[in-house]
Design a protein around this ligand. Structure first.
Ligand code: HEM
Length: 472
């Protein structure tokens, strides 16, 4: 599954106020202060507009002030960068300069300590190495088969016509796919459908923990504890050898040392917490990607015949499921790039300046929260033509607005630590929509789809979709 991002020459005028050439970080004369966003209230600074509409606030300010700016949110100093050039500069900085742990520390509230961004970089790198076999070529060809089968089985008991909630249906399909492919088939069968609810309790607790002590006796924290317990019990109860198709060993057996590994073995509790971290990273982001892909498509139904035709041509003669087959779904791929651009699951990519830094000529003092906002950066009018318009044709040869050096699309991050699961996520969303497009006529019951205030900003529920089965 290709990311399909490459150089595109038409990266013209930068946002207003931005320096026209990259400034040397070494030249003290060239170092300038970050322009400050005007206004702001005493003590709270820009907290109100920032928290009310983070993306809108950042986009407006960057269009007015430039590609780099500073403001404060309730005493916290924020340095925000927006645009391909500065995005790349931030993503290329080493983690010793831009720390991910400071903001990742919150994650211990739900996953346990030292998982993912809460872990030191070397520990996180070791955790990623353990995930990699499930994302490599050999495993991915098995995942393609599993994902298409899961989506077919999931929709098999839908009647001739009816209504489903788009967000719920896509989340459940993606949960079954990630459970089968990253943990194992038995786990998928036994827990798969409950994963969205269980992970949802973890995410709610994470959101509330920004405002209320995570040990407070709140019902949402009790639900978090029960959800964690349920997941940990189910993972620990995995039969030895229950492994995803295409992997020589069960990831849990590898983590706990029951199967060969070059990494030191973890105890069962720590291994289970890590698996929950993988499920969360893989599941919630991909479910939002899949749900917005559908919502945008159904809001622009003129695209449906084009995609259905592509599916019918690719599946004529019933070819075997393979990653190549999914890869050839170019028009669906363009619609998904447009989802990544307009509704990136990772709305912001946060870091903390671990020391005084100079980023593209701007002085960023130690302790500043450094923000990239893919959702704002993807709507810059000098980077994407008519940026608020849903226009999958912008990725066709001749336009290829996504091809740029540096890449204008950063929905999966980039630079030193790009998302490891990008191809997996693209494959899962393609599998889900391939099955839906081939089997059903679909229509949004209400064409207005709002954004939910969750970490990855999915479409707000309920998001009812009427379906009519096309094929017997
Ligand atoms: C639409 C789906 C997804 C999106 C939008 C997404 C986005 C991202 C982003 C923005 C980051 C960088 C975070 C940061 O540096 O602060 C990231 C990192 C990561 N993602 Fe994803 N992700 C998705 C799916 C997945 C899946 C399916 C997996 C695993 C199967 C996964 C595994 C990871 C891992 C392990 C990292 C950490 C990489 C590192 O920094 O070493 N992601 N992802």
């Amino acid at each position: 599954m290709s990311t399909d991002r490459g150089p595109h020459p038409a990266q013209g005028c930068p946002v207003r106020g931005a320096p026209r050439e990259a400034l040397s970080a070494e030249s003290p004369a060239a170092v300038r202060e970050l322009p400050r966003v005007p206004g702001g209230r005493p003590l709270v600074g820009h907290a109100v507009p920032f928290l009310r509409d983070l993306v809108g606030f950042l986009l407006r300010q960057h269009l007015a002030v430039g590609e780099a700016l500073a403001f404060s949110v309730a005493g916290k100093q924020v340095a925000s960068f927006c645009g391909p050039r500065v995005n790349a500069a931030v993503l290329d900085l080493p983690h010793e300069d831009l720390d991910r742990r400071e903001v990742g520390r919150r994650l211990d509230v739900v996953f346990g300590p030292r998982v993912a961004f809460d872990a030191p970089e070397d520990v996180m790198a070791a955790q990623n190495r353990r995930l990699l076999p499930a994302l490599q070529r050999e495993a991915m060809s098995h995942h393609a088969v599993t994902m298409l089968r899961v989506a077919e089985q999931y929709t098999a008991d839908w009647g001739a016509h009816g209504t489903v909630d788009l967000v719920t249906a896509v989340r459940e399909m993606i949960a079954l796919m990630t459970a089968h492919c990253l943990v194992g088939p038995r786990f998928g069968q036994e827990v798969g459908r409950r994963i969205p609810t269980l992970l949802g309790h973890l995410e709610t607790a994470l959101m509330v923990s920004f405002a209320v002590d995570p040990r407070a006796p709140l019902p949402c924290y009790r639900r978090r504890d029960r959800a964690r317990e349920t997941l940990i019990r189910a993972i620990k109860a995995l039969a030895p050898g229950d492994r995803p198709s295409g992997l020589p060993h069960s990831p849990f057996d590898v983590l706990t040392g029951k199967a060969p590994s070059e990494e030191p073995a973890l105890d069962a509790e720590a291994a289970a917490e890590l698996v929950i971290g993988w499920l969360y990273a893989a599941n919630e982001t991909t479910a939002v990607y899949g749900a917005w892909t559908g919502a945008l498509l159904l809001q622009h139904p003129q695209w449906l015949p084009i995609l259905v035709k592509e599916q019918e041509e690719l599946f004529a003669g019933a070819p075997p499921a393979s990653p190549q087959l999914l890869h050839r779904m170019h028009r669906l791929g363009h619609c998904m790039l447009e989802t990544e651009r307009l509704h990136p699951s990772a709305v912001v990519i946060p870091r903390t300046a671990a020391r005084d830094l100079v980023i593209e000529g701007y002085a960023v003092p130690r302790g500043h929260l450094v923000l990239l906002c893919p959702a704002a950066s993807h709507r810059l009018p000098h980077v994407f033509r008519d940026p608020d318009r849903y226009d999958p044709d912008r990725y066709l040869p001749g336009r290829e607005e996504h091809r740029g050096t540096p890449s204008p699309l950063i929905g999966f991050s980039g630079g030193r630590a790009p998302c490891l699961g990008m191809a997996f996520a693209q494959m899962a969303v393609k599998a889900a929509w391939s099955v839906l497009l081939r089997a059903f006529d679909l229509e949004l019951a209400d064409p207005e789809v709002r954004v939910a205030r969750r970490i990855f900003m999915p479409p707000r529920r309920p998001c009812p979709v009427r379906y009519r089965r096309r094929t017997p």
